[in-house]
Write a protein that binds this ligand. Structure first.
Ligand SMILES: [Zn+2]
Length: 717
């Protein structure tokens, strides 16, 4: 099970797929109201497995042998598994000649949904296993079937009996479609666990080529189902052409009974609110579809690093942005997250990534990995990169692959060894720091010569890098594009051009994984939220009753569940603002608001009679909730944030929403929800990787050579 980017990441260890699977034939009868299941489980083990086996089962389920020959013995009293589910361990002795047995058991599985908190009190609700009148959620970690301690994947035939109106979902295909019980699910390809989801669903069905497309909703909603069925068909078409045949018989969108964003093989389980967010069909949803190729099609050899999140992000999130001409923005946001959340203390090489636990592990495991695939594609070209993807998928479908396997697949299509590229980016932590200096222009016979020095200033050794640069020339619409091969710390630029050069930009489209300079990044919410040390300055004077308590509550929620230091103080208890940390000013009447106005002097921001004007939009104090981030005037390494409202009821919703708006410099909201009505980033001022040359006008736009997306999405919008 894999999770959408901002939801809980639950990863289960996938063993290497070697040889035959353990095959389960499960007949299960479930009474949701009583939390009860009754199961008969036929097991067929590969001939090569030992005669004595150990398995774990939920402690409430007492198994007995009801078919075949063998001896079953309990060897451990109940103990908690890593998921918190109480389990018991059993030893099973099998007949030498036949590796088959049937076990039967019954009992209750009921672990109510619990809250988990993350950075800035983003909360996740989780259950390791639940049979309830609202619905059923059973996975490997529920131990609802015997889980063997064997290095084997599993396959299954599953017959599910439920109350009349209920429908079940599992991996693979369903053989009968008449809605009669039992429902029969079957997956013969190797799996790491067996999921069983059920509820009184309304089912919608269509198809995309040979693949069944399904939507299971808890409330009938034809329009919503149609929308998902339509985009599913578009995605399947695009990705099958790009990567290879979709590996499962169906893809299903399933509505959960609490808020989740899980991706399982051949289906995704989304919460009722998530499923209806307008952007999900174009963001998280395709991400979950692509996981069927990477993660649930080609399995991850976790011991050597989880590459699947980054590759999935590159082929879903990044590719969709590329289709809208926003690839560079997307890459800059990924690099921005890395700059804001990752430092020498929490960085790690990609070979050490298992799953996302916080913003830092996300910035490395998703963001850096995505950039590595982007650099690989830039190096090989689109055609060869796509061939590499297809070869990797073809060779490792339903098997585990690690970075080494990826390197060898791409080396084969490239016809050159790429091991050093992969080892540089996956076994080292950190990334290059690039500096530009000594830029000068000389008149020469054929035109002009641009000289300059590019340096790698990180403390560890030099990276081998293809550094793109763009030169804007007088009288030319489109910039001249060059890629410089850096193998040492220093590189002397010397480029001859036919017309007067106006501006030199290093890596203007953010094609390299590197540590961004502060000035390349517009001040943004993520910078203020990622800070290790934060002071929240509460207003002594508020306009509405209860608002001071609500602000305090917001500040307190930022203190919970983080590994950083958040301090709260009243603006009347402070003489001056400290400049050694990030500061949040809360409230329209905050005593230090003047500093914010000063910090935003160079940007499109002004104070008006009844509020402020941001990027041309007036935001009046009555009716608007606003968030603005600037660089701290005392030290530009830190952020200065300002958050203000007159609406006490808007603050809880704002606290929930804010982490999702990390890349923005300013935000405007209205109402109690609150609803976003303005978002944007400040313009980048004085990047150290841009040299303005004599005669240039800083306001003129850099026009880069056009690029094609890796694949085009058919028939959307
Ligand atoms: Zn993912």
């Amino acid at each position: 099970m894999r999770s959408l980017i901002w939801f809980l990441c639950v990863l289960f260890f996938v063993p290497r797929a070697i040889g035959e699977t353990i095959h389960y034939t499960i007949d299960v009868d479930i009474r949701p109201g009583d939390h009860q299941l009754e199961a008969r489980v036929g097991l067929k083990l590969p001939a090569a497995t030992p005669g004595t086996l150990v398995f774990r089962l939920h402690a409430d389920l007492e198994p007995v042998i009801t078919g075949g020959h063998g001896v079953l013995e309990r060897i451990e009293a109940a103990e908690s598994g890593s998921s918190g589910v109480p389990t018991r361990t059993y030893r099973l002795e099998l007949d030498k000649a036949r590796r088959e047995i049937e076990l039967s058991y019954s009992g209750a599985i009921y672990h109510p949904i619990k809250n988990l908190a993350d950075n800035y009190a983003r909360s996740f609700r989780v259950s390791p296993g639940l049979i309830d009148s609202d619905g059923i959620f059973l996975a490997g970690a529920s131990y609802w079937y015997p889980v063997f301690q064997l290095d084997r994947l599993i396959s299954f035939d599953l017959n599910v009996s439920l109350p009349g109106e209920w429908r079940s979902v599992s991996q693979g295909g369903r053989s009968d479609r008449d809605g009669n019980m039992p429902e029969r699910w079957s997956e013969q390809h190797p799996q790491d666990q067996i999921y069983l989801i059920a509820a009184p669903f309304t089912e919608y069905r269509s198809s995309a080529g040979a693949v069944d497309t399904l939507v299971f909703l808890r409330q009938p909603d034809q329009a919503l189902a149609d929308q998902y069925l339509k985009v599913t068909a578009s995605y399947l078409q695009m990705y099958q052409e790009l990567i290879g045949d979709y590996p499962y018989r169906k893809f299903a969108l399933v509505e959960n009974f609490w808020e989740t964003g899980y991706g399982m093989p051949s289906f995704t389980l989304l919460g009722p609110r998530v499923i209806r967010l307008p952007f999900i069909p174009y963001t998280s949803y395709p991400h979950e579809i692509v996981h069927n190729w990477w993660g649930n099609g080609v399995y991850v050899d976790y011991a050597t690093g989880n590459w699947s999140e980054g590759l999935t992000s590159y082929l879903a999130d990044h590719l969709l942005k590329e289709n809208r001409g926003e690839g560079a923005d997307h890459r800059r946001s990924a690099l921005q997250k890395y700059a804001d959340y990752v430092d020498g203390n929490n960085d790690f090489p990609l070979t050490g990534f298992r799953g996302r636990h916080n913003s830092a592990t996300e910035a490395v495991g998703y963001g850096k990995t995505m950039m590595v695939f982007h650099m690989l594609r830039r190096m090989l070209g689109d055609e060869q990169f796509a061939r590499g993807l297809r070869l990797l998928y073809e060779n490792y479908r339903f098997r585990s692959a690690g970075w080494r396997d990826i390197a060898s697949s791409f080396s084969r299509v490239a016809g050159q060894p790429l091991e050093s590229f992969f080892s540089q980016w996956t076994t080292r932590s950190g990334g290059p720091d690039i500096q530009l200096g000594d830029v000068s222009v000389d008149r020469i016979e054929s035109g002009y010569r641009v000289s300059g020095l590019i340096q790698q200033t990180q403390t560890d050794k030099a990276y081998v890098l293809d550094v793109p640069i763009a030169l804007q020339l007088e009288g030319h619409d489109q910039a001249v594009w060059r890629e410089l091969k850096l193998t040492e710390r220093q590189y002397q630029i010397s480029i001859e051009v036919p017309a007067r050069p106006l501006r030199l930009s290093v890596d203007p489209a953010f094609d390299l994984f590197r540590r961004l300079h502060r000035q390349e990044i517009p001040p943004a919410v993520s910078q203020a939220m990622g800070a290790k040390k934060v002071l929240v300055v509460l207003p002594a004077a508020v306009s509405e009753p209860g608002l001071d308590a609500a602000y305090r509550q917001l500040g307190k929620s930022w203190q919970g569940g983080r590994d950083s230091d958040v301090e709260l103080i009243g603006d009347d208890q402070l003489e001056t603002l400290p400049d050694d940390r990030t500061v949040w000013l809360l409230g329209w009447n905050n005593r230090f608001r003047g500093l914010m106005n000063q910090a935003l002097d160079a940007y499109d921001y002004s104070v008006t009679a009844d509020g402020v004007k941001v990027a041309g939009r007036s935001l009046g104090q009555p009716g608007h909730t606003i968030v603005v981030v600037a660089r701290h005037p005392g030290d530009s390494a830190h952020a200065l944030g300002w958050l203000a409202t007159d609406n006490t009821r808007a603050l809880p919703g704002l606290a929930r929403k804010l982490p999702h708006y990390g890349k923005y410099s300013y935000l405007g909201f209205t109402g109690d929800v609150p609803d976003n009505m303005l978002k944007g980033q400040w313009r980048v001022i004085s990047s150290p990787l841009i040299a303005e040359l004599p005669g240039s006008r800083p306001t003129s736009r850099l026009v880069l050579p056009p690029r094609r997306p890796l694949a085009r999405l058919p028939g959307l919008h």
